[in-house]
Design a protein around this ligand. Structure first.
Ligand code: FES
Ligand code: FES
Length: 190
């Protein structure tokens, strides 16, 4: 009997479980868009070059066009559909809206998912290629425009909305830091 080329898999997407049969060659991007009707994640190049298909896998950024759906089983997948809290936009989404961080919007879901990863990676102290002092004791570098440009460089925008995107990521990161400080202050006062 020839080996089977498909399997039933269960994907954990935005906190919900979805079981579906897939051909083993199906990418996560195609499973999301074509099989599960989650069309928020966009297909730009389909070869890992543009970042339009960026999602979070266990909290880390991944281009879903280069990820096989079968390999995503057992991981926590976050797509743009899972970023807001009901009707309340995530601060990153709100910042993109407030600062016009888009034009056609095609790259925007990937930009937002990538920005979520950037803010977490920066807060965790990860250096980038433009970080001057990469010693662990130096702590997280200031999230300058250069740092944001470098860290977001895997996400292309054909409309050239980069200036506003950088501002939006900076504003969202500041909001996140302020919220963290407020949480820490509240906990210290208890
Ligand atoms: S569609 Fe995946 S990187 Fe372009
Ligand atoms: S807003 Fe059009 S591609 Fe980025």
């Amino acid at each position: 009997m020839p080996p089977s080329t498909s399997s039933a898999i269960t994907l954990n997407i935005n906190g919900e479980k979805y079981t579906l049969p897939v051909d083993h060659r199906t990418t996560l991007l195609d499973a999301l868009r074509e099989r599960l009707d989650m069309t928020g994640t966009k297909k730009g190049c389909d070869q890992g070059q543009c970042g339009a298909c960026t999602v979070l896998l266990d909290g880390r950024r991944a281009v879903s066009c280069l990820q096989l759906a079968v390999a995503a089983e057992g991981r926590e997948i976050t797509t743009i559909e899972g970023v807001a809290d009901g009707d309340e936009l995530h601060p990153v989404q709100q910042a993109f809206l407030d600062l016009d961080g888009y034009q056609c919007g095609y790259c925007t879901p990937g930009q937002i998912c990538s920005a979520l990863g950037v803010i977490q990676e920066h807060a965790a102290g990860w250096p980038s290629a433009v970080t001057d002092d990469v010693r662990p004791e130096a702590g997280p570098p200031p999230l300058t425009a250069d740092e944001i440009r470098e860290r977001m460089s895997g996400n292309l925008c054909r409309c050239g909305a980069y200036v506003s995107i950088v501002q939006a990521v900076a504003r969202a990161a500041e909001a996140e830091t302020a919220a963290d400080d407020a949480r820490t202050g509240t906990e210290a006062a208890i």
